[in-house]
Design a protein around this ligand. Structure first.
Ligand SMILES: NC(=O)c1ccc[n+]([C@@H]2O[C@H](COP(=O)([O-])OP(=O)(O)OC[C@H]3O[C@@H](n4cnc5c(N)ncnc54)[C@H](OP(=O)(O)O)[C@@H]3O)[C@@H](O)[C@H]2O)c1
Length: 297
């Protein structure tokens, strides 16, 4: 038994149920380039098909496009078929002077997309996601720019990230979207309970769960008592159990765990074949719910 593939939009391709988040391969503490490339190649060899990156994944303004260029380099070195891979990038965040600033203005998004095309070394970006809505710019204007890029053939599919239910509902009236990338993990259960996942299922959108192992809190997973018990019983690692639990939440949900070690990318890909029993899932539900008040406060 294995988890079903995930659909990228109502008429999009069926994809391996987990993707690789490439962000940490370009951030502080990143591995050396050869190792980073191995992580990406091993993830693809293990069956993953979606690589998530962003123009802003680098050490600052001076490294814009670092992660996109790394992904492009890895894809060149990888021996498999490029057609089977979906390159998902994002635009709409800038790093002036090291700050993090949303910029959803059409002019900026168009120039950011051009830069991403160059960094990725492609004529068309598979999935271009608005990294986050810009409070200073109506969301419809930002998405209007992406839609123009799509009609010009510079991007194939459009997605949103870090959005609310209302923002998605409003956008779906006018735009052809295929995905939502929001945070969801045992430490961020609200990302699974705010109605967005249900809407994605209903509309056929992929829900790309970012930071699925808790992001900066991922180190905690190995120390959670229930996960240690279940790991001893099942032979799966605590991190694998969390990803399997996420996959069971919805056929629309695709976790995009990050990894800076190839072994972790391979171990995450293996989760496609880990289908947990109902009683195990219920124990995990209860346990993760019990963590929320302390962790959210
Ligand atoms: N849209 C957004 O605003 C946004 C924000 C944040 C993240 N993201 C996306 O989400 C992706 C994932 O986020 P993230 O990397 O911050 O957090 P994460 O996936 O929740 O956690 C990554 C951590 O988990 C460890 N890990 C991964 N797989 C493992 C395994 N099978 N066994 C044991 N440990 C494992 C990694 O270790 P090693 O590094 O040692 O391998 C790393 O420390 C990013 O790469 C990015 O694509 C998007």
């Amino acid at each position: 038994m294995r988890h079903a593939n995930r659909k990228l939009g109502p008429s999009g391709p069926d994809l391996f149920p987990l993707g690789l988040g490439c962000m940490n391969l370009s951030f502080e503490g990143r591995p050396e380039e050869g190792q980073a490339i191995r992580v990406i190649c091993e993830a693809l060899d293990a069956g993953m098909q979606l690589l998530d990156t962003a123009d802003v994944y680098g050490l600052g303004e001076h490294e814009f496009g670092h992660n996109e260029a790394l992904v492009a380099k890895a894809l060149k070195e990888w021996g498999g078929s490029r057609e089977s891979v979906v390159l998902a990038t994002k635009g709409g965040v800038r790093r002036p002077g090291g700050d993090w600033v949303h910029d959803g203005s059409p002019a900026y998004l168009k120039s950011a997309c051009e830069a991403s095309l160059r960094a990725l070394g492609v004529d068309r970006i598979d999935l271009y996601q608005l990294h986050a809505p810009d409070e200073q710019v109506p969301l419809s204007e930002s998405l209007g720019a992406l839609d123009e890029l799509r009609r010009e053939g510079k991007i194939r599919w459009m997605g949103l990230s870090n959005v609310s239910l209302a923002q998605i509902e409003q956008s779906l009236d006018s735009f052809d979207l295929v995905s939502v990338q929001n945070q969801a993990s045992p430490y961020y259960l609200s990302g699974l309970q705010d109605g967005i996942l249900a809407l994605c299922e209903q509309k056929g959108l992929a829900f790309l769960a970012h930071s699925p192992l808790g992001g900066w809190q991922a180190g905690r997973i190995a120390h959670e008592v229930l996960l240690q018990e279940l790991a001893a019983e099942s032979g799966h690692s605590p991190h694998q159990l969390v990803l399997a639990w996420l996959l069971s939440r919805s056929p629309a949900l695709m976790p995009i765990p990050g990894a800076s070690r190839a072994g972790n990318a391979i171990s995450s890909a293996a989760v496609a074949r880990i289908v947990l029993d109902k009683d195990v899932l219920l124990r995990m539900d209860d346990f993760f719910s019990s963590l929320q008040p302390q962790r959210d406060s």
